[in-house]
Structures are given as structure tokens and as C-alpha cells.
Design a protein around this ligand. Structure first.
Ligand code: SF4
Length: 497
């Protein structure tokens, strides 16, 4: 085997795939079929098919969004993900943990603009005890009973198992959860999740999903939950009745087949949850391209798409899919594909739309597909509604993590509704469970977008950090408020149409 040779045995002829049955929901796409569609179907056809599935599942009249706020309660983190520009060591300059007062101020601001949920995440802080989290959740819920707490992420839970002192269980210390006996690990994890649920945690976002296959994950998610740990956390959440979301960060060192195998794991675990009649499940999937600025992985050279050499990540993924290399044998990876993991292939608009369309066709047991306008910008985000997405996600009152790694777009509610309406749908505000709270038809006088007379003042903004640092204060929208805030705190806003 050399780096230039690959079997491409995965590729099937397009006419062997019964796409009409997939669109009708009577046949499930195999991973190999999804891979073949990704490479051979036209962008137009992928969008057409994915849109037909979205319309079958969600109808053709409304498309949704939610009013929430990302709150990162700390940026202290023991993991060292190579794509992260947000984390800080415990005592490093710029490290922070929000006080109760700061947290409550942020929630109050959200509720004041009619928001309904917070997305609450760290860092994986090595020292905060479980009582800190229980108090934080109880304080929030007693002060703001209506707020939905969509909180933490599987890697945080894995670290909680490592560092929390829970009577009757060992405490191995930071990044050592894997050293516990597997049964004890699961038992301690379940106790922790139940305690936090009892304290007010409502649902769990899919942070840290990235890419599951180990030959990719081991290179990019240093010190973070492996695929099995990640999926186990969500499985326990589902057994406790919590809804969760599934994510994928792509467009870096992975091969296309790795993306499909990543989605395949979600599909398999969701099947299992349904077969077991668990009271919770994955309700949504969202994929976004890697943002490179200020990140270690972003320093890798770019793959030249004009090169006659195949992308190393694709070659390695093919070898592994064809069972020619063990996915956990790093030496074999290096010997077979020396450049794998040493070059990035960033995803542009077409790769993003192709990947999202494949997700809608492949993930037949996940209800909602979200558009990632936050990373792709408002117009590609809007177009994503024709490529399988049914949901525009959050108005993003605050975002700290992706914006530390490059450009993040910010939109207000008016603009978000405008994008949905001008794509041909009726905007509808939803809650975390996808229940509709408000439908803004053309004759609804409360429709946020219909009150706007001058769209030139309502353009999207982008957020990024001027000096490559991140202090964690990235309150982003609306643009006019931001630019007048005088906050010198690392943020600059550029107008981006
Ligand atoms: S991505 Fe999250 S888990 Fe990874 S280093 Fe950054 S803050 Fe920590």
C-alpha cells in the first residue's frame, strides 16, 4: 500500500441506488450509498432529494428557530482540542468562571428579549465540585423558573466522573475517567447525570461530537471523550428522559467516509434508544465546518483541491472502511498514509451543502436538521433550508467558542425570520422540544421581520477576536447595540452581507 493507491471499493454506481425509495422513507441509505451519492450526485439533485425528505418530515409551510443564549460558565479546560481557541488553563491569564450574579444577568437579558432557553457549557474545569453545578442549576431555576437549561456536553460529563467526589465511588482525577472499572464508571456517570437533572438540567447539547472514528478523533480531540464515552453519555441521558442533539464538526483532516461513519453511529444509537423505548432521544443534528483561526489545527497546510493526489484523509478512511488497516493502529496509519492528519481540507459552501443534504437523507431517525448559518453566513444558512435543513437554530445572543476560532455570524430575530420568509417559508419560533411557540404568517402583526422598514440597518454581522485571545465575553447582537457598547474586550464587528 502506498499513499497514492486506494481501492475506492466503496463507490457504487449511482443507478444502483433507489433514491426514490429513500426520499419516500421506505428505504434506508447504506453508508456506502451515502458515500457514493456524496461523490457522484449533482449538488442540485442532492438538494432536491434532501428538501423532499425535509418536506415529508416537516411539511412545506413553516421553518423554525429558537431564542436562546450560549453561556460558557467557564473557559478553564483540561482538554486541549487542536481546533479550539477558547480554552484556558486554570490559572492562565484570561481564564474565568462566571459568578452567580453574572450568570443571572445574562439570563435576565435573554428573558427580557423573549428568549426561552440557555445553552450552558464549559470548559472542562478540573476543580469545581458537583455542588457548584447543583447550586448553579437550582439558583437558576428558582430565580428563572421558565428558562430551559440545555446544558453541558458529553465530554464535560466524562470529566465530571473523573473529578467529582461522590460517596461510594472512586475519584481518579482529571482526564482519568477511563481508568475506572467500566461498570463503576457507568454507575457513577448515571448518578451524576441524575443529580444534575434533579437540580434543573433539562436537556443536553451535542458538544464535542466532532468526528467519531478514532483515527481522526484521536488526533483532534486530545483529552476528550472518545466516541463510545460520548455516545454512552447521551444514551444515559435518553434513559433519563432527556432530549439531546447530535453534532458534527467536519472539513479538517477527516475523509468523507469518516463523516458518514460518524453519522452512522448516531443512527445506530438512535435505533437502539427507540428499540428500548427510552423516554429520551436525539431530536436534532447539526453539522458545521471547522473554523481555523487561532487554533493549532488551523496551522496545518491546506490540501490543494487541484492536486492529482487524493486527500490523505480520504485514503486513510478508505483503507479503514475496507478493513485493510485497524482504526486504532496509529503506526499502521502512519506507514500507509504518512500525510494523514498533516493537511486540512476546509469545507466551503458546496461541501457544506452536500454534507448537510447527505445528513438529511441518511439520518432517517433524527427529527430535525439544523442550518449552520453561524459559521456559513446568512445566505448559505438560508440556502441550507433547501438542502435538508428545517431549522435555523438560535438567534445566538452570545457565542464564545466558535467565534474564538474565526468568523462567526450574528443575526437578530428580525433578520432570521426574514431569511426564513424569503426562502419561501413561514417563520415559526420553537422551544427545545420543537413545539411551536409562535407562527409569524404574513398577516401576523407581531412578526418580527414584517415590522422592519429599512433592511439596510439589519444586516448580519460577524464576530471575531482581534488579538487571537478570547475572554469569553462575546455578547454579539444586535449589531447596533454591540458597536455602541464600547466593550474593548477582544471583539470586533465587521459588516458582512
Ligand atoms: S473545544 Fe471544549 S473541550 Fe476542547 S479544549 Fe476547547 S473548551 Fe475544552
Amino acid at each position: 500500500m502506498t499513499q497514492q493507491t486506494t481501492t475506492r471499493a466503496l463507490m457504487l454506481p449511482l443507478d444502483s441506488i433507489d433514491i426514490d425509495a429513500v426520499v419516500a422513507g421506505t428505504k434506508r441509505l447504506t453508508p456506502q450509498e451515502a458515500y457514493s451519492l456524496y461523490h457522484q450526485a449533482s449538488l442540485y439533485d442532492l438538494g432536491r432529494w434532501a428538501n423532499a425528505v425535509a418536506e415529508r418530515v416537516h411539511g412545506s409551510s413553516t421553518r423554525t428557530y429558537v431564542k436562546d443564549r450560549n453561556i460558557n460558565y467557564t473557559n478553564v479546560c483540561t482538554a486541549r482540542c487542536t481546533f479550539c481557541a477558547f480554552r484556558r488553563d486554570l490559572k492562565a491569564d484570561g481564564s474565568y468562571t462566571l459568578s452567580t450574579e453574572q450568570l443571572h444577568t445574562k439570563i435576565k437579558q435573554l428573558l427580557d428579549v423573549g428568549g426561552t432557553q440557555i445553552l450552558l457549557q464549559g470548559g472542562m474545569h478540573p476543580e469545581l465540585p458537583i455542588e457548584f453545578y447543583e447550586d448553579m442549576l437550582r439558583d437558576m431555576k428558582s430565580t428563572f423558573p421558565s428558562v430551559h437549561v440545555h446544558g453541558f456536553s458529553p465530554p464535560e460529563f466524562v470529566e465530571f466522573v473523573a473529578i467529582f467526589n461522590i460517596p461510594g465511588f472512586p475519584t481518579p482525577g482529571p482526564l482519568k475517567a477511563h481508568t475506572l472499572d467500566p461498570d463503576i464508571y457507568i454507575e457513577k456517570l448515571t448518578v451524576i447525570m441524575k443529580r444534575l437533572q434533579d437540580a434543573g438540567l433539562d436537556s443536553i447539547p451535542g458538544g464535542g461530537g466532532e468526528i467519531f472514528p478514532p483515527h481522526v478523533r484521536n488526533r483532534i480531540g486530545i483529552g476528550k471523550a472518545d466516541a463510545n464515552q460520548w455516545l454512552q453519555v447521551m444514551n444515559i441521558a435518553h434513559s433519563l428522559g432527556m432530549k439531546t442533539s447530535a453534532t458534527m464538526m467536519f472539513g479538517h483532516i477527516e475523509g468523507v467516509y469518516d463523516r458518514i461513519m460518524h453519522m452512522n453511529l448516531y443512527r445506530q444509537w438512535q435505533d437502539k434508544a427507540h428499540q428500548q423505548n427510552l423516554p429520551g432521544e436525539y431530536v436534532s443534528f447539526i453539522a458545521w465546518p471547522f473554523q481555523r483561526e487561532n487554533t493549532p489545527m488551523g496551522n496545518l497546510p491546506d490540501y490543494d483541491p487541484a492536486s492529482t493526489d487524493q486527500f490523505p484523509g480520504d485514503i486513510l478512511a478508505d483503507f479503514i472502511a475496507n478493513q485493510e488497516i485497524d482504526p486504532n493502529d496509529k503506526k499502521a496509519h502512519v506507514a500507509a498514509v504518512p500525510d494523514a492528519g498533516k493537511v486540512v481540507r476546509l469545507a466551503g459552501a458546496t461541501e457544506y451543502l452536500r454534507t448537510q443534504a447527505i445528513a438529511r437523507l441518511f439520518l432517517d431517525n433524527i427529527h430535525s436538521i439544523g442550518s449552520s448559518w453561524v459559521t456559513m453566513g446568512p445566505h448559505i444558512g438560508q440556502l441550507a433550508l433547501k438542502y435538508g435543513a428545517n431549522d435555523m437554530g438560535s438567534i445566538m445572543m452570545e457565542e464564545n467558542v466558535v467565534s474564538a476560532a474565526g468568523t462567526t455570524y450574528a443575526l437578530n430575530e428580525q433578520y432570521l425570520c426574514h431569511l426564513i420568509r424569503t426562502a419561501g417559508y413561514t417563520p415559526a419560533e420553537r422551544d427545545n422540544s420543537y413545539n411551536i411557540l409562535n407562527i409569524y404568517t404574513n398577516d401576523n402583526i407581531d412578526a418580527p421581520d414584517l415590522a422592519v422598514e429599512d433592511w439596510s440597518t439589519q444586516r448580519a454581522t460577524t464576530i471575531h477576536y482581534e488579538d487571537g485571545s478570547s475572554s469569553g465575553t462575546c455578547d454579539s447582537i444586535p449589531a447596533d447595540q454591540q458597536s455602541q457598547s464600547g466593550d474593548p474586550n477582544t471583539i470586533s464587528l465587521d459588516i458582512a452581507d
